[in-house]
Design a protein around this ligand. Structure first.
Ligand code: NDP
Length: 338
C-alpha cells in the first residue's frame, strides 16, 4: 500500500519536491487496535505549521521518518476495538496521507454514509464547518442587520461563515482571490458584496473598497488571511466590533517575521473584542454544531464546493494548492473507493 512522506521541511512555499509517495506494508491490528482503509483525506492549511520543526505550536511537527497524518474518512477493515466493526465508516485525524493504518479508536467518530456524502465530513460537516460555526456563533454573534466581513471567503471555512452570517440576518461582505470565486459567493452563497482582493494593491485600496461595501462599518470580522485584510478590517471595524481570529494563511509561508498591522490602536477607542481560537476548544459543542448546520445543509441554505484530487499521489498538489488559491471550497483527495 502507499503512503506519503515529508522528505524535508519546506522553507517558504511548499512544493512537490518536499514529498514522496512510498510503498509500505499493510499493518496488522493487535488487541485494542483496528485496521482502517482511507477513503477520503483532507488537506488543511494548519498542516503547514506542522512542517516547521523549529516553531513551538499547539500541535507537534511532522516527523520525516513516518507517513504524514491528517483528517480522513475511512472504512474499518478489521477491528479489535470494542464499538467498531468491519464496514463502519469513521472520521479521524490519523488516516490522511496513507491508504491503510492502525487506529485505537481514539478521537474517532462514526459517520453515516447515507446521511451526507462521505467527503462532506471533512468539510462543511467536519472540522472546517465546525470552525466556521464556532467563530460565528460563539465569538462574533452577529445580530440582525449587522455587517460581517470574512476573508478567505470562498474556502472551506469561509464559505460556511458567509452562509451562517446570512442565516443570522447579517449583511455579509466577503473577500476571495478570483472573479469566479466572487461570483459563486454572490450567486450561490448569497453574500451581499464579494471583493476580489487581487484587484487591490495594498491595504489602503482594500480599505476603500471595504468601506464602500460596509457603509455602517464592520461589526464582525472573521479573519482567515491576515496581512492587508487584517489592516483593512481594523480600519473599518465599528464601535463595539468583534473579531474572530481563525487563521492568517497569508503569512504561513513567510520566511521572515512580518511587522503587525500599524492600526491595532483602533481596537482601543472602538472598544473592539479580538479573540483568537482553535476549533478544538469547542469540541464539547459538536452536537450543537451538527444540530444547526446539518438541517441548513439539507434545506439547501448552506451550499458548498469541493476540489477533488484523484489518488493519493495527488495529495501534495492538493496541499500546495491551498497556498496558491487553486482550490474552490474544500480540497479533498480521493484515496480509495467508498
Ligand atoms: P481554504 O479552503 O480557505 O483554502 C485556503 C485559501 O486561502 C485558498 O483557497 C486561497 O483562496 C486563500 N489564500 C491562500 N493564500 C492566500 C494569501 N496569501 N492571501 C489571501 N488568501 C490566500 O482553507 P480553510 O478554509 O481550511 O482554512 C481557512 C483559514 O482558517 C486558514 O487560515 C486556516 O489556517 C484557518 N483554520 C483555523 C482553524 C482553527 O481552529 N483556528 C481550523 C481550520 C482552519 P483565494 O483564492 O481566495 O486566495
Amino acid at each position: 500500500s502507499k503512503a506519503v512522506f515529508l522528505t524535508n521541511y519546506p522553507a517558504g512555499m511548499p512544493g512537490p519536491e518536499h514529498f514522496e509517495t512510498r510503498d509500505v506494508d499493510v499493518p496488522k491490528p493487535d488487541e485494542g487496535e483496528m485496521l482502517c482503509r482511507t477513503v477520503w483525506m483532507s488537506v488543511d492549511p494548519y498542516m503547514r505549521g506542522r512542517m516547521r520543526p523549529d516553531v513551538k505550536s499547539y500541535i507537534p511537527p511532522f516527523s520525516l521518518d513516518a507517513p504524514l497524518e491528517g483528517g480522513a474518512v475511512s472504512e474499518v477493515v478489521e477491528s479489535n476495538v470494542p464499538g467498531f466493526e468491519a464496514g463502519d465508516y469513521i472520521v479521524d485525524f490519523l488516516g490522511g496521507w496513507k491508504e491503510f493504518y492502525i487506529s485505537k479508536g481514539e478521537r474517532t467518530q462514526k459517520v453515516d454514509p447515507n446521511l451526507a456524502p462521505l467527503s462532506s465530513y471533512l468539510g462543511v460537516l467536519g472540522m472546517p464547518g465546525m470552525t466556521a460555526w464556532a467563530g460565528v456563533t460563539q465569538i462574533l454573534k452577529p445580530q440582525e442587520g449587522e455587517t460581517l466581513f470574512v476573508s478567505g471567503a470562498a474556502g472551506a471555512v469561509g464559505s460556511v461563515v458567509c452562509q451562517l452570517g446570512k442565516a443570522k440576518g447579517a449583511r455579509v461582505v466577503a473577500s476571495a482571490g478570483s472573479k469566479e470565486k466572487c461570483d459563486w459567493l454572490v450567486e450561490e452563497a448569497g453574500v451581499d458584496v464579494a471583493l476580489n482582493y487581487k484587484d487591490y494593491k495594498n491595504a489602503n485600496e482594500l480599505t476603500k473598497a471595504l468601506a464602500e461595501a460596509a457603509p455602517k462599518g464592520v461589526n464582525c470580522y472573521f479573519e482567515n488571511v491576515g496581512g492587508m485584510h487584517l489592516e483593512a478590517a481594523l480600519n473599518c471595524i465599528a464601535l463595539g466590533g468583534r473579531m474572530a481570529l481563525c487563521g492568517m494563511i497569508a503569512v504561513y509561508n513567510n520566511t521572515e517575521v512580518e511587522p503587525g498591522p500599524p492600526n491595532l490602536v483602533n481596537l482601543i477607542g472602538r472598544g473592539v473584542m479580538a479573540r483568537g481560537f482553535i476549533v478544538s476548544e469547542y469540541m464539547d459543542k459538536t452536537m450543537e454544531f451538527a444540530a444547526e448546520v446539518a438541517p441548513l445543509l439539507a434545506q439547501g441554505k448552506i451550499k458548498y464546493q469541493e476540489s477533488v484530487y484523484e489518488g493519493i499521489e495527488k495529495a501534495p498538489d492538493a496541499f500546495v494548492g491551498l497556498f496558491k488559491g487553486e482550490n474552490k471550497g474544500k480540497a479533498v483527495v480521493r484515496v480509495g473507493p467508498d
